[in-house]
Write a protein that binds this ligand. Structure first.
Ligand SMILES: [Zn+2]
Length: 123
């Protein structure tokens, strides 16, 4: 049965079997899946996950800070106390599942580096 890339990604599991853990550190992928021995070095998400997480933080945090300012009119030190740690926590919480989901989508769709059509003839 095919593994859903969204399900495997959000659970940070192997996109091939959906069972083995994907990470060996906070953001470092394992070389091979513990459960199915799939080669996990065939795809690379690069900075994609960081971009999407920062963009989500922009969409969620900035309007929240604006609403907070308009509703309560707090002094600036309150903003400095609340929003940087909240932004950091938001990004760190989302980074692993988003990176794993992008990796699983690359895995499913066999995404790779762009090549010219003539490159296949030379190999
Ligand atoms: Zn696996």
């Amino acid at each position: 049965m095919a593994v859903s890339p969204i399900s495997a990604g959000l659970r940070c599991r192997c996109p091939n079997c959906g069972e083995g853990r994907l990470y060996r550190g906070f953001l470092t992928f394992k070389q091979r899946c513990d459960a199915c021995e799939a080669d996990l070095t065939v795809a690379d998400t690069g900075d994609g996950a960081s971009f999407f997480v920062m963009f989500a933080a922009l969409i969620v945090i900035v309007p929240s800070a604006g609403f907070f300012q308009l509703a309560f009119d707090p002094p600036a030190w309150v903003h400095a106390l609340i929003w940087p740690p909240l932004t950091l926590a938001f990004c760190l919480f989302l980074l692993r599942p988003i990176k794993a989901t992008l990796f699983a989508l690359q895995w499913k769709h066999h995404a790779g580096q762009a090549k010219f059509a003539d490159d296949d003839k030379q190999d």
